[in-house]
Design a protein around this ligand. Structure first.
Ligand code: PRP
Ligand code: URA
Length: 210
C-alpha cells in the first residue's frame, strides 16, 4: 500500500461503517457511530505522536515513564459533516484545539466554495488533523488543506471515513506531504459526484436535514 494512504481496516471500524451505510440507520445512530469510529481512527492517526521520558513516583518507587511531548494538536472539521468527528477525537485528546473551515460543494460544478474559516491563533505550531467523513472528488479536502497551509501550517493529516479513489488521488496530487487516513476506499463516484456505494449525503444524515 502507498505510504501516504492508510486504510484502517479494523473489524470494529468496518462493522460500524456498514451500519452507517444502511439507509435505515437514523440520525441518532448515525451520529453515535460516526463519533465512535472517529475515536477508533484517532487512536491510529495519533500513533506517531512524539514521546518524552519523565520521572514520577508510583506508590512503590520512583520510575522513568513516557508521556506525549512536542507540538500540540488541533482538529479541523470541514463543515458541516466534519463536525460529527470532532468529539470522538477530543475525547482521546482533550487538550486539542478545534478550528473550523466552512466549505460546500457547488451542486452544479462540484467545486468547493469557502464560507467560513476560524483557526486557533497558534495553528502554525500545531499538528493538524483535518476531518471530513466523505472524500469524494477531493475538491473540498484539497481546498481546505490549501487554506490551512496559507496560514503557515506544515504538519497536516487528513482523516476521512469513506473515500473514492479519485478523491485520494486528487488530495495526494495537490498535497503529497499530507497522509490520508480512511476507514474504507469505495468503488467510484456516480454522475452526481456521490461515492458508490457510499452512505449518501453525510451532512444531511448527520443533522437530519433531508
Ligand atoms: C460533503 C462532504 C465533503 C464533500 C466531499 O459536504 O462532507 O465536505 O461533500 O465532496 P468532494 O470531495 O467532492 O469535495 P457538502 O458539500 O455536501 O456540505 P455539507 O457537509 O455542508 O453537507
Ligand atoms: N458528499 C457526501 O456527503 N456524500 C458523498 O457521497 C459525496 C459527497
Amino acid at each position: 500500500m502507498e505510504d501516504y494512504k492508510r486504510v484502517l481496516d479494523h473489524p470494529l471500524i468496518q462493522h460500524k461503517v456498514s451500519l452507517m451505510r444502511d439507509k435505515e440507520t437514523g440520525t441518532k445512530d448515525f451520529r453515535e457511530l460516526l463519533e465512535e469510529i472517529s475515536t477508533l481512527m484517532a487512536y491510529e492517526v495519533t500513533r506517531d505522536l512524539p514521546m518524552k521520558e519523565i520521572e514520577i513516583e508510583t506508590p512503590i518507587c520512583r520510575t522513568k515513564t513516557r508521556v506525549i511531548s512536542g507540538k500540540k494538536l488541533a482538529v479541523v472539521p470541514i463543515l458541516r459533516a466534519g463536525l460529527g468527528m470532532v468529539d470522538g477525537i477530543t475525547k482521546l485528546v482533550p487538550a486539542a484545539k478545534v478550528g473550523h473551515i466552512g466549505l460546500y460543494r457547488d451542486p452544479e460544478s462540484l467545486e468547493p466554495v469557502e464560507y467560513y474559516c476560524k483557526l486557533p491563533p497558534d495553528v502554525g505550531e500545531r499538528d493538524l488533523i483535518v476531518v471530513d467523513p466523505m472524500l469524494a472528488t477531493g475538491g473540498s479536502a484539497s481546498a481546505a488543506i490549501t487554506f490551512i497551509k496559507r496560514r503557515s501550517c506544515k504538519s497536516i493529516k487528513l482523516m476521512c471515513l469513506i473515500a473514492a479513489p479519485e478523491g485520494i488521488e486528487k488530495v495526494h496530487e495537490d498535497h503529497p506531504d499530507v497522509p490520508i487516513y480512511v476507514a474504507v476506499v469505495d468503488d467510484r463516484l456516480n454522475e452526481h459526484g456521490y461515492i458508490v456505494p457510499g452512505l449518501g449525503d453525510a451532512g444531511d444524515r448527520l443533522f437530519g436535514t433531508k
